[in-house]
Design a protein around this ligand. Structure first.
Ligand SMILES: *Cc1c(COP(=O)(O)O)cnc(C)c1O
Length: 351
């Protein structure tokens, strides 16, 4: 009920600067999934200052093209002549990750730039070493096709000690050389391993101010602040329980605040008892189950004069309460929480 997401323009600029301070590489800003749920039209400080913008699918490229003339990278690539035409009309650079895409691209009658994606160990998208060589030969012979960059993706970049990271880097370096631009690093790679930066870095989550690496925020500033009003406050007696399933019971006379946000707005239904909620500068614990439209917070230990109906509760996006913390309490990732904020929430451009 009346939840609001404020998208901080200065935090966007600040986080982009952190990428630039980490690396001299060009920046491919990942704005897939409507800018990780932040709404593309509220991301102009990012869109105007990145070298390239990357989206997953054509429908996202269409929306993005209405906002900017800057280069767009289509991560899924194309699967038919029709989608190729659409991608070319939108002036996308196109990823090629599967051999079936090679002949579609090769039959283009217009000039285009491609990114070749190779699999170095994640085993999701990407050409094998043989397919890559074959693709290189094919495209080099076709004067309409420019190979803009060769890319690969880390499987475990957020696990700094995992030896698979170095193995993937070695495989990538063996397969590629300085003849082509190269790109490997996501946010975790940017923040933890300069050897992975190459010519283009591909920051996603860090641009939105959430750290991909546990226990270090790298000075990133939260971009989305999600808040909702307190819609009721009441006293319950010892032994009385709260919410669906009555899963939390007061052990003494308690003061609870009902807040107008729930899983229908994208607040995680699996947030545990104790998940912090920030009200007037103080953190209070969530109690009982998250409903579609409401959550309940235990404010017993507050100075009662400090919390009133109509006050604003911050669910995440403050230095005192980062989205990473709420994700941890909900057994998920900041990525999922940010992308799941629903249509019902009002998005506002912030300072
Ligand atoms: C989403 C994505 C990224 C960005 O990852 P983050 O962890 O958000 O920085 C980078 N590369 C590819 C191919 C992606 O799909």
């Amino acid at each position: 009920m009346n939840a609001v997401a404020v998208i901080s323009q200065s935090a966007l600029a600040h986080n982009l600067l952190i990428v630039k301070n980490q690396s001299l590489a060009k920046i491919v800003a990942m704005v897939k999934a409507n800018g990780y749920g932040h709404h593309l039209d509220l991301l102009m400080p990012l869109i105007d200052n990145a070298d390239i913008l990357a989206v997953s699918e054509l429908s996202e490229a269409q929306k993005l093209r209405q906002l900017t003339k800057r280069p767009i990278l289509l991560l899924s690539g194309v699967y038919s002549k029709e989608t190729l035409q659409q991608a070319i009309a939108l002036e996308c650079q196109i990823v090629v990750h599967h051999p079936s895409q090679i002949s579609i691209i090769n039959h283009s009658s217009k000039a285009l730039s491609v990114w070749l994606k190779v699999d170095t160990g994640m085993h999701r998208l990407g050409l094998s070493a043989d397919e890559y060589q074959h693709c290189l030969t094919d495209f080099t012979a076709n004067s309409l096709i420019g190979i803009e960059c060769v890319m690969s993706h880390f499987a475990c970049a957020d696990e700094l000690e995992n030896p698979i990271n170095q193995m993937q880097l070695n495989a990538f370096e063996q397969l590629t050389d300085k003849q082509n631009n190269r790109s490997m690093a996501n946010s975790a790679g940017i923040l933890s391993n300069p050897q992975s930066h190459f010519d283009f870095v591909r920051p996603g989550i860090m641009l939105y101010g959430a750290s991909p690496i546990a226990n270090n925020d790298f000075g990133l500033q939260p971009v989305m602040q999600l808040s909702a009003p307190i819609i009721s406050i009441k006293t319950i007696r010892a032994g009385e329980s709260v919410g669906y399933g009555l899963t939390w019971t007061a052990d003494k006379t308690s003061l609870i605040a009902i807040i107008g946000i729930g899983y229908g707005d994208g607040y995680p239904r699996h947030a545990k008892n104790g998940t912090p909620v920030l009200i007037n500068g103080t953190l209070y614990p969530l109690v009982g189950r998250v409903s579609m439209d409401m959550i309940v917070v235990n404010i017993t230990d507050s100075d009662t004069t400090k919390v009133a109906v109509g006050d604003t509760a911050i669910l995440w996006g403050d230095d005192k309460l980062r989205v990473e913390t709420v994700a941890e309490y909900s057994d998920t990732l900041s990525y999922e929480l940010l992308t799941n904020v629903s249509h019902r929430v009002k998005f506002i451009r912030g300072a």
